[in-house]
Design a protein around this ligand. Structure first.
Ligand code: SAH
Length: 239
């Protein structure tokens, strides 16, 4: 049976899909007393495993960013096995590239880091990463989703140096987890898909943090709709 692993960073981004698909909670799936959260279920003959990093025990917020993302992806792939991993979440988009709040993008070609600047030959390319994404152009076309290069860093703001790096490889969907998860998938030879709903426009008139909070619910609802469609598409097509 195909096993679709879905990894989501924030609880607010995950509650919709848990409800819609009736995914049951699996307690302590990766060990007792750890923050990781897992829900499981079945859709059209495919097994679904939804994982989130949970709350940080010291700071009380969702464990967003690359290091929880990488550790969790490794645990999920190792423990459950995966036919495919979908990293679903929110992201910043660029109005100049045609993005609007609530648009949902599927990752195209590869996912890169935009804040790992290491100006030493060999390490410069390692810093950017550039991990493969599954070719989902047929699904994107059928579901009417945009496609774009997803780009990952550990900051919500966008310094000039990060923007310059993104411009080099055409990054247009800015978030904080995908490249870390795609790196784990590449090691395990598991296809990776990013599915990202735009909460804020990084070149828009509103501050990123204000737009993020104002649009999180709308973007999460859009994400839920498209994630459910994508899961059904993958199950139907035996991916
Ligand atoms: N202040 C927010 C935290 C959001 S941080 C809160 O309290 O809820 C951003 C999260 O959403 C990360 O998981 C990241 O992947 C995604 N994200 C959305 N917009 C982003 C942007 N413009 N830049 C980077 N990450 C973004």
């Amino acid at each position: 049976m195909n096993r679709i692993v879905i990894q989501i960073a924030m609880e607010a981004e995950a509650t919709g899909v848990i409800d819609r698909l009736g995914l049951r909670e699996v307690a302590d799936a990766f060990g007792e007393g750890l923050p990781w959260r897992v829900n499981q279920g079945e859709v059209d003959g495919a097994e679904i495993v939804l994982v989130r990093p949970g709350l940080d025990e010291h700071f009380g917020v969702d464990q967003i960013g690359t290091q929880p993302a990488a550790v969790l992806a490794e645990l999920a792939v190792r423990t459950f096995g995966a036919s495919v991993v979908i990293n679903a979440g929110t992201a910043g988009g660029f109005a100049a590239k045609g993005a609007a709040v609530g648009d949902v993008y599927v990752s195209s070609s590869r996912v890169c880091f935009h804040d790992r600047r290491i100006a030493i030959p060999g390490y410069d390319a390692y810093g950017v990463g550039s991990y493969p994404c599954a070719d989902m152009s047929e699904m994107a076309h059928e579901l009417g989703l945009k496609q774009g290069i997803v780009t990952t860093g550990n900051a919500l703001d966008l310094p000039e140096a990060d923007l310059a790096m993104m411009a080099e490889y055409g990054g247009e969907v800015k978030e904080m987890e995908a490249a870390a998860i795609a790196w784990v998938c590449a090691m395990h030879n598991v296809p990776f898909i990013g599915l990202k709903s735009i909460t804020d426009l990084v070149d828009g008139e509103h501050a990123t943090e204000d737009a993020f909070l104002a649009n999180l619910n709308l973007a999460s609802e859009r994400l839920t709709e498209e994630l459910v469609d994508a899961i059904q598409w993958l199950a139907r097509n035996g991916v």
